[in-house]
Design a binder for this molecule. Structure first.
Ligand code: NAD
Length: 470
């Protein structure tokens, strides 16, 4: 057995470990009581402070804070409250005939002590969302939010301390070293949201303790706009989905693959919608956010410079004001294959436009890259849509829209391979934080007893009969 006593967080971990079976046995009403307390804190007590923290960290407009941070958590909570009773019930299943005299069911029992590591782009939503699922499933939780959004992390620490006791839920602030130290502990489940590169580090750490794992990662999420698409509608929705939160969204469209015959019309429509959304002045628009840190701004600036060096066309935007952490909504076309914008997840307000002549070309292009978290399709042609879906793999897809699949609690949310492992949201989040325990209850003399040793000739016949008929 590994000795964890020297770990900085061992005492906290032990407190939760000692409490986990009690929390695991909590009733529906006790779990709902905790969830209600969290709801009150987010919806009422701290709502204004949440908006203030998000403005300080990300320049997030107040309405956007309500719509993309507060609302998704409250929506999640309402969904959990509606269905938790049903999810907590034992799930009866059939019993095979060879096990005559027994009945079978499985239960969703808590995993135990869980670790949630969250990113900065939607700090409240991506921390409290998984937390609600973890509490619903009866776990104790240690949270490590991102160091990039310090005002949000400090406020979340305050909320957690007010709502929970340390042996139920605790939040530890800090940088990478804090994560590294926490990840050494034998958590029963780790729920990580962040980049694929750090996801690999988390998975390696989890392997040491064989902790189960949910990885909600990112990557390049493409959009295909085919020649049959409603161009104006596609442009409007893509401009919204790409530039919301300044493109710092895991399911933001990363790049557009468009039939070359409609490229010019599409770009004209994009320009029209951008000027409508941000009244021709995104730098002074209260509806447009900012880049999270100087480091992230520098990374995005280098992408634009690289595109310019390769003689790409800046169709819209391209302006950067580092002193205000501002990058204009930017659309770039005619990129060379080696452009950095086409290699890495952009995670910022820059949209590359790549043209194709034939739909197969677009599908092949996507399949040369890692499997995306989201793949969006704008098309009026059902056979094109079907062709794209069956010939690609992605965590989720919207047809004639983008991003909104994230908000449907009835759908599983998550990636595939490089964009993630495991699913969350609604029941799928509850499932991620639960152990499905299989239970067989023997009521009477069981048929299997006929097959116990000694193995006489009769047993051999019975074995043959069982294989053939049951
Ligand atoms: P990140 O991977 O850099 O950081 C995420 C968390 O991991 C932070 O709390 C950070 O402190 C911690 N961390 C960083 N380096 C670490 C290390 N070496 N060891 C242990 N922990 C470490 O991600 P980010 O920059 O905060 O977020 C952006 C990424 O997250 C993008 O790739 C985006 O697509 C992805 N993302 C995914 C989802 C989703 O639901 N799938 C949601 C939001 C963001």
């Amino acid at each position: 057995m590994v000795d964890f006593r020297n770990n900085t967080y061992f005492e906290l971990f032990s407190k939760q470990n000692n409490n986990q079976l009690e929390v695991g046995q909590s009733t529906y009403s006790q779990r709902i009581k905790n969830i209600n307390a969290l709801q009150r804190a987010i919806e009422f007590t701290f709502r204004d402070q949440i908006k203030e923290a998000l403005y300080k960290d990300l320049g997030k407009p107040a309405i956007e804070a309500d719509l993309t941070e507060v609302y998704p958590i409250i929506g999640d909570i309402k969904h959990v409250k509606k269905y938790l009773h049903q999810w907590m019930r034992k799930q009866k299943v059939k019993t095979t005939l060879s096990m005559l005299g027994a009945s079978s069911y499985y239960i969703h029992e808590s995993k135990g002590v869980c670790l949630i590591i969250s990113p900065w782009n939607f700090p409240f939503n991506l921390t409290f969302g998984p937390l609600v699922a973890a509490i619903a499933a009866g776990n104790t939780v240690i949270i490590k939010p991102s160091e990039m959004t310090p005002h949000s992390s400090a406020l979340m620490a305050k909320i957690i301390t007010e709502v929970f006791t340390e042996n139920e839920v605790a939040l530890v602030e800090g940088e990478v070293e804090v994560s590294t130290e926490l990840l050494k502990l034998p958590f029963n489940h780790i729920f990580f949201t962040g980049s694929p590169n750090v996801g690999k580090i988390v998975m390696t750490a989890a392997a040491k303790n064989l902790s189960s794992l949910t990885l909600e990662l990112g990557g390049k999420s493409p959009i295909i706009v085919d020649a049959t698409a409603n161009i104006d509608m596609a442009a409007k929705k893509i401009m919204w989905g790409k530039f919301l939160n300044c493109g710092q969204i895991c399911v933001a469209p990363d790049y557009v693959l468009i039939d070359e015959s409609i490229k010019a019309e599409f770009i004209t429509a994009c320009k029209k919608w951008l000027s409508t959304f941000y009244r021709d002045k995104p730098e002074s628009s209260s509806s447009y956010g900012r880049i999270v840190t100087d480091k992230h701004l520098e990374r995005l600036k280098l992408h634009i410079e690289n595109a310019k060096e390769l003689n790409a066309i800046i169709e819209v935007g391209g302006d950067v004001d580092a002193s205000k952490k501002y990058i204009a909504p930017t659309i770039i076309s005619d990129l060379k294959a080696e452009a950095t914008l086409l290699a890495e997840e952009i995670f910022g307000p820059i949209l590359p436009i790549v043209t194709y002549k034939d739909l197969n070309e677009a599908i092949d292009y996507i399949n040369t890259k890692e499997r995306p978290l989201a793949l969006y399709i704008y098309s009026k042609n059902r056979s094109n849509t079907k062709k794209i879906i069956v010939n690609t793999r992605a965590g989720g897809t919207c047809i004639n829209n983008n991003i909104i699949h994230y908000a449907n609690h009835y759908l599983p949310f998550g990636g595939v391979n490089n964009s993630g492992i495991g699913k969350s949201h609604g029941f799928f989040g509850f499932e991620a934080f639960s152990n499905k325990r299989a239970i067989v209850e023997q009521h009477t003399f069981g048929a299997t007893e006929f097959l116990f040793p000694p193995y006489t000739g009769l047993k051999e016949k019975m074995a043959r009969f069982t294989i053939k008929w049951f």
